[in-house]
Design a protein around this ligand. Structure first.
Ligand code: DQA
Length: 149
Protein backbone atom coordinates (compact mmCIF):
# COMPACT_ATOMS: atom_id res chain seq x y z
CA UNK A 1 0.00 0.00 0.00
CA UNK A 2 1.47 3.33 -1.05
CA UNK A 3 0.04 6.84 -1.03
CA UNK A 4 1.04 8.56 -4.24
CA UNK A 5 0.54 12.10 -5.47
CA UNK A 6 0.41 13.09 -9.15
CA UNK A 7 1.11 16.77 -9.84
CA UNK A 8 0.39 18.38 -13.22
CA UNK A 9 1.69 21.80 -14.18
CA UNK A 10 0.52 24.55 -16.52
CA UNK A 11 -1.36 23.80 -19.74
CA UNK A 12 -1.63 20.08 -19.04
CA UNK A 13 -5.33 20.69 -18.37
CA UNK A 14 -5.50 21.27 -22.15
CA UNK A 15 -4.20 17.82 -23.08
CA UNK A 16 -6.37 16.22 -25.73
CA UNK A 17 -6.83 19.42 -27.71
CA UNK A 18 -3.39 20.96 -27.15
CA UNK A 19 -0.87 20.19 -29.94
CA UNK A 20 -2.07 16.55 -30.27
CA UNK A 21 0.76 15.81 -32.70
CA UNK A 22 3.13 16.31 -29.75
CA UNK A 23 1.08 15.34 -26.71
CA UNK A 24 -1.43 12.83 -28.11
CA UNK A 25 -5.20 12.71 -27.87
CA UNK A 26 -5.79 11.68 -24.25
CA UNK A 27 -7.10 14.27 -21.83
CA UNK A 28 -5.67 14.78 -18.36
CA UNK A 29 -8.95 13.40 -16.98
CA UNK A 30 -8.38 10.19 -19.01
CA UNK A 31 -4.81 9.90 -17.73
CA UNK A 32 -5.72 10.57 -14.09
CA UNK A 33 -8.67 8.14 -14.10
CA UNK A 34 -6.58 5.40 -15.68
CA UNK A 35 -3.73 5.91 -13.23
CA UNK A 36 -6.04 5.98 -10.21
CA UNK A 37 -7.61 2.68 -11.33
CA UNK A 38 -4.16 1.13 -11.75
CA UNK A 39 -3.04 2.39 -8.33
CA UNK A 40 -6.18 1.00 -6.69
CA UNK A 41 -5.73 -2.35 -8.45
CA UNK A 42 -2.27 -2.45 -6.88
CA UNK A 43 -3.79 -1.75 -3.45
CA UNK A 44 -2.54 1.83 -3.38
CA UNK A 45 -3.99 5.31 -3.56
CA UNK A 46 -3.23 8.07 -6.04
CA UNK A 47 -4.27 11.67 -5.45
CA UNK A 48 -4.20 13.97 -8.47
CA UNK A 49 -3.55 17.69 -8.23
CA UNK A 50 -3.27 20.06 -11.16
CA UNK A 51 -2.71 23.76 -11.43
CA UNK A 52 -1.67 26.38 -13.91
CA UNK A 53 -0.23 28.44 -11.05
CA UNK A 54 3.31 27.98 -9.79
CA UNK A 55 2.47 29.08 -6.24
CA UNK A 56 -0.37 26.56 -5.95
CA UNK A 57 1.95 23.73 -6.96
CA UNK A 58 4.54 24.97 -4.46
CA UNK A 59 1.88 25.01 -1.72
CA UNK A 60 0.68 21.47 -2.56
CA UNK A 61 4.28 20.21 -2.48
CA UNK A 62 4.86 21.95 0.87
CA UNK A 63 1.76 20.22 2.25
CA UNK A 64 3.05 16.87 0.95
CA UNK A 65 6.01 17.16 3.34
CA UNK A 66 3.71 16.36 6.26
CA UNK A 67 0.75 14.54 4.70
CA UNK A 68 0.37 10.87 3.80
CA UNK A 69 2.03 11.20 0.37
CA UNK A 70 4.99 8.85 0.10
CA UNK A 71 6.05 9.32 -3.52
CA UNK A 72 5.28 12.17 -5.92
CA UNK A 73 4.98 11.96 -9.70
CA UNK A 74 5.26 15.35 -11.36
CA UNK A 75 4.90 16.64 -14.87
CA UNK A 76 6.01 20.20 -14.18
CA UNK A 77 5.32 21.17 -17.82
CA UNK A 78 7.06 24.45 -18.70
CA UNK A 79 7.84 25.13 -15.02
CA UNK A 80 10.45 22.39 -15.14
CA UNK A 81 12.49 24.63 -17.41
CA UNK A 82 12.03 27.81 -15.39
CA UNK A 83 11.11 27.29 -11.77
CA UNK A 84 13.73 27.32 -9.04
CA UNK A 85 10.78 27.73 -6.64
CA UNK A 86 9.37 24.34 -7.69
CA UNK A 87 12.81 22.75 -7.31
CA UNK A 88 13.24 24.24 -3.84
CA UNK A 89 9.77 23.03 -2.80
CA UNK A 90 10.53 19.48 -3.98
CA UNK A 91 13.97 19.50 -2.36
CA UNK A 92 12.45 20.71 0.91
CA UNK A 93 9.56 18.25 0.80
CA UNK A 94 11.81 15.32 1.51
CA UNK A 95 9.66 12.81 -0.41
CA UNK A 96 11.05 11.04 -3.50
CA UNK A 97 9.63 12.17 -6.80
CA UNK A 98 9.57 11.03 -10.40
CA UNK A 99 9.66 13.66 -13.16
CA UNK A 100 7.75 12.91 -16.31
CA UNK A 101 7.45 14.66 -19.66
CA UNK A 102 5.19 13.29 -22.38
CA UNK A 103 7.37 14.60 -25.18
CA UNK A 104 11.11 14.11 -25.60
CA UNK A 105 12.23 17.48 -24.28
CA UNK A 106 15.81 16.79 -25.49
CA UNK A 107 14.64 16.48 -29.09
CA UNK A 108 12.78 19.81 -29.00
CA UNK A 109 13.75 23.47 -28.71
CA UNK A 110 16.98 24.15 -26.77
CA UNK A 111 15.08 25.99 -24.00
CA UNK A 112 13.39 22.69 -23.13
CA UNK A 113 16.64 20.76 -22.76
CA UNK A 114 17.24 21.84 -19.16
CA UNK A 115 15.08 20.89 -16.20
CA UNK A 116 15.56 22.36 -12.73
CA UNK A 117 14.13 19.14 -11.27
CA UNK A 118 15.93 16.27 -12.98
CA UNK A 119 19.10 16.12 -10.88
CA UNK A 120 17.14 15.84 -7.63
CA UNK A 121 14.49 13.44 -8.98
CA UNK A 122 14.51 9.75 -8.09
CA UNK A 123 14.13 9.20 -11.82
CA UNK A 124 12.92 10.82 -15.02
CA UNK A 125 10.71 9.52 -17.82
CA UNK A 126 10.68 11.53 -21.04
CA UNK A 127 9.47 11.10 -24.58
CA UNK A 128 7.33 7.98 -24.25
CA UNK A 129 4.03 9.76 -24.70
CA UNK A 130 1.29 9.31 -22.13
CA UNK A 131 2.47 5.69 -21.69
CA UNK A 132 5.17 7.33 -19.57
CA UNK A 133 2.57 7.86 -16.84
CA UNK A 134 2.08 4.08 -16.53
CA UNK A 135 5.83 3.64 -16.20
CA UNK A 136 6.02 6.43 -13.64
CA UNK A 137 3.25 4.81 -11.63
CA UNK A 138 4.99 1.43 -11.68
CA UNK A 139 8.21 3.07 -10.48
CA UNK A 140 6.39 5.07 -7.81
CA UNK A 141 4.69 1.92 -6.49
CA UNK A 142 8.07 0.25 -6.26
CA UNK A 143 9.63 3.24 -4.49
CA UNK A 144 6.62 3.41 -2.14
CA UNK A 145 7.04 -0.24 -1.23
CA UNK A 146 10.63 0.45 -0.24
CA UNK A 147 12.07 -1.80 -2.96
CA UNK A 148 15.45 -0.51 -4.06
CA UNK A 149 15.87 -2.52 -7.27
C1 DQA B 1 5.93 18.80 -21.24
C2 DQA B 1 7.16 19.38 -21.96
C3 DQA B 1 7.34 20.86 -21.62
O1 DQA B 1 8.45 21.38 -22.34
C4 DQA B 1 6.12 21.65 -22.02
O2 DQA B 1 6.24 22.99 -21.62
C5 DQA B 1 4.85 21.06 -21.50
C6 DQA B 1 4.69 19.60 -21.52
C7 DQA B 1 5.69 17.34 -21.66
O3 DQA B 1 4.96 16.65 -20.93
O4 DQA B 1 6.18 16.90 -22.70
O5 DQA B 1 3.92 21.76 -21.15
O6 DQA B 1 6.19 18.80 -19.85
Amino acid sequence: MANLLLLSGPNLNMLGSREPEIYGSRTLDDIERDLQARAEAAGSRLECYRSNAEHELVERIQAAASDASEVLIINPAALGHTSIALRDALAGCGKPFIEIHISNIYAREPFRHHSYLSDIAAGCIVGLGTYGYELALAAALKLGSGAAD
